[in-house]
Ligand binder design. Structure first.
Ligand code: AMP
Ligand code: MG
Length: 321
């Protein structure tokens, strides 16, 4: 009875009438973005979505590898010539990237860009064998020197270039999620391309994520319930072209300087988007055996992998779930 009265009072105040799910679809960081949140007041909710979206766009702008006005593009132009001071945010991203490289024995390597930039996957452009081999010799994350004391960066070798594409979207999504959480949002979903971060649950039930079928667009292979965590998927079907029976796509195996060919997709679940983004790219390069071994020894991290024959492989924690 008391609860009914409270509900009635709140209705009279207009509270539950306005409380609602708000959704926005947009473009940012060269990919499609979706933000969904629960907010008692619609105008506040729309403003929060605006600021989350602005944060995604800012990260996309500042960490674009080549475009004018980007911190990273500036670093790529100058860092082979000597130490460059950088922002705390860029320094932090480079440090995290370095950690994932060390963790994976170089499967994750932001200097893949010397090879990556010779491709245009939309137009079907790739380098000839000689240029590929030359660029491949420049891939080595250890060529990126980080001076923590002075927050500056230098590339040890001419020709080294960095692309943060394997980590920047996850970082952006995590930043946007932090912004919403700090503003009091308790239920939300932020997706940018293959990276999704959930805040809380879907009001009393978990969020549901489908692992996309790598060869059948729109079809899900597995459904995963998620609460207050992140999931990132890397696939060979996102940006690719086929030439002479070979699939050329955007994830480069640093060891060979060619597109990684061990998996069709790798989805990683964890507590934050930056980590899951970096790890999905990493595991995609590592393949089934080394990928599962890596994920199984990391706390609070799980994965679902699809091999080249379309078979699913789960990490130990997901098998238990
Ligand atoms: P994702 O879709 O999250 O796996 O990210 C793919 C992006 O990561 C590519 O578009 C590249 O920008 C970048 N990338 C490709 N290969 C690597 C690699 N071996 N290590 C780190 N980043 C990579
Ligand atoms: Mg990734």
């Amino acid at each position: 009875m008391g609860r009914l009265l409270t509900l009635l009072c709140l209705m009279l105040l207009g509270f539950p009438l306005q409380a609602q799910w708000l959704t926005r679809n947009a473009e940012a960081m060269g990919t499609s973005v979706r933000i969904e949140l629960w907010q008692p007041d619609a105008a506040t909710g729309e403003r929060l979505i605006d600021s989350a979206l602005a944060e995604l766009q800012r990260v996309g702008r500042e960490f674009h590898p080549w475009r004018e006005g980007s911190q990273l593009a500036e670093l790529n132009r100058a860092a082979a010539g000597g130490w460059q001071p950088v922002s705390a945010e860029l320094f932090g991203l480079l440090q995290r990237a370095d950690q994932f490289s060390a963790l994976s024995g170089g499967a994750f390597d932001i200097t893949f860009a010397s090879v990556g930039r010779l491709h245009d996957y939309r137009r079907g452009v790739k380098p000839d064998a000689a240029s590929r081999a030359q660029a491949r010799a420049l891939i080595d994350y250890r060529q990126v020197a980080l001076d923590g004391a002075q927050q500056r960066v230098r590339y040890r070798r001419e020709g080294v270039v960095v692309d943060l594409g394997g980590i920047a979207k996850g970082h952006a999504v995590e930043r946007a999620a932090t912004l919403l959480r700090r503003a009091g949002v308790e239920h939300a979903q932020i997706t940018a391309g293959g990276d999704t971060r959930f805040i809380g649950d879907r009001r009393g039930r978990p969020w549901g994520v489908g692992v996309q079928h790598p060869r059948q667009p729109g079809e899900a292979l597995a459904l995963l319930p998620m609460i207050d965590e992140a999931i990132s998927t890397s696939g060979d079907y996102e940006r690719y072209f086929v030439d002479g029976g070979v699939r050329y796509h955007h994830i480069i195996d640093p060891a060979r300087g060619e597109s990684a060919d061990q998996l069709q997709s790798a989805s990683v679940l964890g507590s934050d988007s930056l980590t899951t983004d970096a790890l999905s790219t990493t595991v995609f390069v590592l393949g089934i055996e080394a990928g599962l071994a890596l994920i199984n020894r990391l706390p609070n991290t799980e994965c679902v992998l699809v091999d080249t024959r379309g078979r699913l492989h789960y990490s130990n924690g997901l098998l238990r779930r």
